[in-house]
Every structure is written in structure tokens, then in C-alpha cells.
Design a protein around this ligand. Structure first.
Ligand code: NAD
Ligand code: TDX
Length: 345
């Protein structure tokens, strides 16, 4: 069956990897990519697809009903990834997070429901995050987030994503919409904006700059390769049950210190390149995902996330694509970096 998928946020990190993943694995599908090209949206990420009849880019805001509604008429499935995505920026200024993440999701859900004379735009997958669950204590390594864990978001970013997550839930319960939600852990891979820890540290080291490690470095994240996440979202789109939530994780927990040492080793740099800096406000201690529902119900498992191979190939991508991140790290990025980490850099 030919499908026309409306994807939001396709010029960002996960979105651009998702476009490639779907076009490679579903040869008869078409993708319409709606993206406003905020600071993290980069059309260069998909430049090689220009002219591909299966791919169309629309520059526009998910909050704008006049842009969104006609696109829903063309779609028979929606994957919603567009968001303000960086915790540190949400601490500096949370308004854009509420606007894009909450109001944007509400606009998309309303438009999807009303499309085609009320028949709707097909299944709607909301790409949420594990950060909606809040934080786990380091002292309880036995605990992991399940889909039943209460939502206790701690940062403005996480709170805004929880708003989106709950609107998706309400759309299923109130209107009977075919909505499914994914909650994934920390992604890594090519084309990640270098404000996030892995590309930030790798590209700093390539410029012989120190890496700013927050607090005691003991915070733990569950790292998943972006292609595993993309496969998980596609699996949920095709096989998930309406109204359900699915956790997606890499089964790959690492402290930030472990992560930093692994990057330093791969790049042949010493521990003197670590610069301990003030901790992030409200810094969540540990995220850990129980993804057994994905495995037991839908047969999905992470197969591309194991270290050291997956981390090494990611580091190699940034080494091989210096001009990509050098362009991204110029201009407004410099102002952000100075504000976040101080003049020392
Ligand atoms: P990103 O910042 O790299 O990309 C976000 C994209 O959304 C950009 O292209 C941006 O231009 C677009 N966008 C933002 N506001 C928009 C608006 N109002 N209208 C249209 N487009 C808009 O983020 P990412 O890391 O690729 O994350 C993608 C999604 O996955 C987000 O919803 C995020 O919450 C979720 N997520 C990310 C991770 C992770 O580790 N990166 C983990 C779990 C979930
Ligand atoms: O300079 C840094 N130093 C540092 O020690 C940065 C940017 C981060 N860190 C730490 C903070 C976190 O414990 O590294 C860890 C990872 O930080 P981020 O890359 O900012 O990711 P995180 O805050 O965990 O959130 C990510 O995963 C969940 C994504 O950015 C979110 O979009 C996703 O929802």
C-alpha cells in the first residue's frame, strides 16, 4: 500500500535520520516533511534528497493551522517529532518550549482529527521522551521506567513534552483518535546538533577545546543509536495498538563520566581535557528504560546501540564531516555557547 506520511521536524537530528530510514525500508512510501527550520533544523541534513519524487519539504510552523490543515488532507499517517529539544535552552527561556511542544501538538492533533471531513489523517504517532518520567535514584539500579511509571517531569523541556504527551492521551480517550505515543531514551548518531553532549564533546575535542562536564559526572543516561529509535517509531506506526504508550530504549546505561572517558579514549585524548563545570539546574540523576513491551508485543529490540562499536562509528561520522558541524557551530551557536559555558569555552 502506498502511504503518504506527514513527518514534523524532519530537518532535525532524529527527523532527518527517520526520513532516510523510512525511504530506505519502505520503497513505496512518500514523506512530506514539515519543519520551521528553527536553530536546530538544518535542510543540509537532507540535501541529497532534493529532487527525489518520494520526498517533499514544506517550510512551516506546526502551530499554524493554515499550514498544517491542508497537509493533513494529503496524509494517511502522521509522525510528530518537531519540538524544542534541549533541556539547557529550556532553563534559559521556556516560552518557545510551551509554544512549539504544547500548542504545536494541540494544533496538529486538532488538524489530524478534522481532516478528510472528520475521517482523520490516519494513525498519529507522537514522539515523546523518557524525560516525562522524571528521575530515578542512583541508589536503586534495579528500578527502570515502565509505561506505568507516573509522569513527574522536572525541567521546563520535560514539562512541555509531558503537556504534549497528555494531549495525545486525551485525543484518544475523548475523540477516539488513533494515537500512539513513544517514549525514548537518549539518542546518538549522525547529524545531532552539537549542543547535545556527544557531538558537543567530540567536536570540542576536534578543536582541541576542553569538554564541560556537569556536576560530579555521575548522572546516568540510557544511550540508543538513532537508527534503533527510527526502527522503533516505524514499528509502532505499523504495529502498535491505538491509545498505547511504548517505551524505547537502548539497554545501554552509562554515567556521563563513563561516556566522557570512552570518547576521550576513542579520540586519543587525555583526562586533562575534562573541564568540570557547574551542574545543570534540576539535573535528573538517572534515566533507564524498560522496553520489554516493545520486545514482547511488537518484536522490536535495539540491535545497533551496543558500545564500543556504535559510539566509535558515531565519533567517526563527526570526524569525517567536519565541514557540517563547523557550519552549524558558527554564528548564533557561539552566543549560545558563551552564555551556557562562560567565556572560557
Ligand atoms: P532537534 O532539535 O534536532 O530537531 C527538532 C526539529 O523540529 C528541528 O528541525 C526544528 O526546526 C523542528 N521544529 C521545532 N519547532 C518547530 C515548529 N514550531 N514547527 C515546525 N518544526 C519545528 O531534536 P531531536 O533531537 O531530533 O528530537 C526530535 C524529537 O524527538 C523531539 O520531539 C524530542 O523531544 C524527541 N526525543 C529526542 C531524544 C534525543 O535524545 N534527542 C530522545 C527522546 C525523544
Ligand atoms: O555540556 C554538557 N555537559 C554535560 O555534562 C551537556 C550538554 C550535557 N551534559 C550532561 C547532562 C546529561 O546528564 O550529559 C547528559 C546528556 O545531556 P544532553 O545531551 O543535554 O541530553 P539530556 O538532557 O539527557 O536530554 C536528551 O535526552 C532526552 C535530549 O536532549 C532530549 O531531547 C531527550 O528527550
Amino acid at each position: 500500500m502506498t502511504r503518504t506520511l506527514l513527518l514534523t521536524g524532519g530537518c532535525g537530528f532524529i527527523g532527518s535520520n527517520f526520513v532516510r530510514f523510512v525511504l530506505a525500508n519502505r520503497p513505496d512510501w512518500r514523506i512530506i516533511n514539515l519543519d520551521v527550520l528553527s536553530y536546530s533544523g538544518n535542510p543540509e541534513n537532507l540535501a541529497d534528497l532534493e529532487g527525489d519524487p518520494r520526498y517533499r519539504f514544506v517550510k512551516g510552523d506546526i502551530c499554524d493551522m493554515d499550514t498544517v490543515a491542508p497537509l493533513m488532507e494529503e496524509a494517511d499517517g502522521v509522525v510528530h517529532m518537531a519540538a524544542e529539544s534541549h533541556v539547557d535552552r529550556s532553563i534559559m527561556d521556556s516560552k518557545p518550549f510551551v509554544v512549539s511542544n504544547v500548542l504545536g501538538t494541540q494544533t496538529l492533533l486538532d488538524a489530524a482529527r478534522r481532516a478528510k471531513g472528520g475521517k482523520g489523517a490516519g494513525r498519529f504517532v507522537l514522539v515523546s521522551t523518557d524525560e516525562v518520567y522524571g528521575s530515578l535514584p542512583l541508589e536503586r539500579p534495579d528500578l527502570r521506567f515502565t509505561e506505568e511509571t507516573p509522569l513527574q517531569p522536572n525541567s521546563p523541556y520535560a514539562a512541555s513534552k509531558t503537556g504534549a504527551d497528555l494531549l495525545a492521551r486525551a485525543a484518544f480517550h475523548t475523540f477516539g483518535m488513533d494515537v500512539v505515543t513513544t517514549r525514548c531514551s537518549n539518542n546518538f548518531g549522525p547529524y545531532q546538533f552539537p549542543e547535545k553532549v556527544i557531538p558537543l564533546f567530540v567536536t570540542n575535542l576536534m578543536e582541541n577545546q576542553q569538554v564541560p562536564l556537569y556536576g560530579d559526572g555521575k548522572n546516568v543516561r540510557d544511550w540508543i543509536h538513532v537508527d534503533d529509535h527510527c526502527e522503533g517509531v516505524l514499528t509502532v506506526l505499523e504495529k502498535g495498538r491505538a491509545g498505547e504508550v511504548y517505551n524505547i530504549g537502548g539497554d545501554n546505561e552509562r554515567s556521563n563520566l563513563e561516556l566522557t572517558h570512552a570518547i576521550l579514549d576513542i579520540m586519543g585524548k587525555g583526562k586533562d581535557m575534562i573541564r568540570p563545570v557547574q551542574d545543570r539546574l534540576g539535573h535528573d540523576r538517572r534515566y533507564a528504560i524498560d522496553a520489554s513491551k516493545m520486545a514482547n508485543e511488537l518484536g522490536w529490540r535495539p540491535s545497533r546501540s551496543a558500545w564500543p562499536d556504535a559510539l566509535e562509528s558515531t565519533v567517526r561520522w563527526y570526524v569525517d564531516n567536519r565541514s557540517w558541524w563547523q557550519r552549524v557551530k558558527s554564528g548564533a551557536y557561539r552566543e549560545y555557547y558563551a552564555k551556557q559555558y562562560g567565556a572560557k569555552g
